[in-house]
Design a protein around this ligand. Sequence first.
Ligand code: NAD
Length: 472
Amino acid sequence: MQHISFFDEVNKMFDRAAVHTGHAPGLLAQIRSCNSVYHVSFPLVRDNGEIDVIHAYRAEHSHHMQPTKGGIRYAPTVNADEVMALASLMSYKCAIVDVPYGGAKGGICIDRRQYSQPELERITRRYTFELAKKNFIGPGVDVPAPDYGTSATEMSWIFDTYQTLTDNPLDALAAVTGKPVGMGGVRGRVEATGRGVFFGIREACSIEEDMRALGLDPGVEGKSVIVQGLGNVGYHAAHFLEKAGAKIVGIGEYDGALYNPDGLCLEDVVSHRKETGATLNFPGAQNIENSKLILEMDCDILIPAALESQVRRDNADRIKSKIIAEAANGPLTFDADQMLAERGVVIIPDVYLNAGGVTVSYFEWLRNLSHVRHGRMSRRREAHNALKILETVQDLVDKRLSTATAKGLETTLAFGASEADLVDSGLEDTMVTAYHEIHAKARSHNLDLRTGAFISAIDKIAQGYLRMGIFP
Ligand code: NAD
C-alpha cells in the first residue's frame, strides 16, 4: 500500500482552508508548523528476561496557548509523523471548541496485546519519567490524556510516576487527565468523546435543509449506522446513537465485521465478543471476514472510530453512506475527502467531531487545579431555589399540588446539578455551539464543513498569536 504521510495530509487540509483566511504567509507557516518533537528509545526487560527496545514520542505542535494538550496512543503505527499530525489536529480542535490549549500528542510504538499488564506498567512509568526529564509533561506545560490503546489505568500510572518527580505536588493531579474518578478524574470523561460524537451527529442531522439535500429525513431516529472500531469512542458513540433511536447495522473490529440491515443490538454484540473472544459469528448477522469491507456497506451514517487513512483514493468510490462522521482522527486521506465531498457526502470532520474528549479533559484539569468537585458549592443552593420557585408558583395560582405529586417533584428538585450533569451540559453546549460555528463558516464561503472548521481554527489561533504582540 502506498505510504502516506499523515502530517502532510493534515497540512494539505490546512492549506486548502488557509487561502480563504487572508492571514500573512509567515503567520500561517508558524501556525502550521510543529514546534517540538521528542523521540526516545529505552530498553524493556520482558517478563521472560528478553530485552525489547521501545520507541516513544511526544509532539507539541503549537504553544500559542499553554499548556499543550493531547492523548497518548499505544499502537504499532506510532512514529514521529503520526504524533506530529495528531498534535496538529489537537491544536485546531482545541481552537474550534474554545478550549485554551495548544495541541500535543504522544505515542508508544507497541501492540499492547503483545505485552503483559506489568510490562505495560513498566513501559508507561519509564515513558513518564522520560517526558518529565525533558519537560514534556506538567500541569502548565503539557498534559496527556487517553487515546487509542490507552485508558484510565495508564493515566493513573502516569500521575503516580509524575507526582513522585515534581516539586509542585499541589498541582500534580492536573498533569494528566482521563484519570480514574477516585484519583482526581471527572465523572463523564470515559464516555466524553463518544458522547461528543453523538452530539455532533445529532446537530448535523437536525438541520432540515442539509438532510433534505441528502434525501434523508431530519433527526437521528431511524438512521442506519455503521461503526468501525468498537473501542472507547466507537462503543460510546454507538451506544448514544442507539439510545436516540438510530439503528446500528454494521460493526467492524480488527478481526472481522458484522452486518445486519435489520439492526444489531450493541450490548448483545459486546457480550458475544466477550464470551467468544471474537467478533464474527454473531447470530443473525452476515460475517465480513475482511473487516475493512464494512466501510463499503449500505448505511446512512458511517462512523470510522479506529485509526487513520481508512478511506483512501482506492476505496472512496465504493463508500455508500451519505454522512461520514469522523470519530477517529484522520480516517479519510486528503484525496478521499475531496472525492467524497465532490459527490455531496456530508463529512463531519475529526477536528470538530471528536473534541468531546479534550473538552471534558479541560473540565477535569480545572477541577484538579481548583481542588473542588464541580457543583459542590452550588448544588444545594440550586435545589433550594427550585423548591422556592415551586412554592411561589403554587401561591400565585392559589393551588396546591396533591401530596403525592408535590413529594415526587420535591425529590426531583431537591437536587441541584451534580458533577456528571454539569460535565454533560458543558459538553453538549460546546459541541452544539461549535457545530453551528463551523457550519456558518462553511456556508459563508460555500465550502465543505472540514474547510469551514479549519478556517475557524486558523482564525482563532492567528488571533491568539497576534494577541501575544510578538509579531509586527
Ligand atoms: P480504543 O483503543 O479504545 O479503540 C479502538 C478500537 O478499534 C479497538 O477496539 C480496536 O480493536 C479497534 N480496531 C483496531 N484496528 C481496527 C481495524 N483495522 N478495523 C476495525 N477496528 C479496529 O481507541 P479509542 O480511544 O476509541 O480511539 C479511536 C480513535 O478515536 C483514534 O483515532 C483516536 O485518536 C480517536 N480519539 C480518541 C479519543 C479518546 O478520548 N479516547 C479522543 C479523540 C479522538
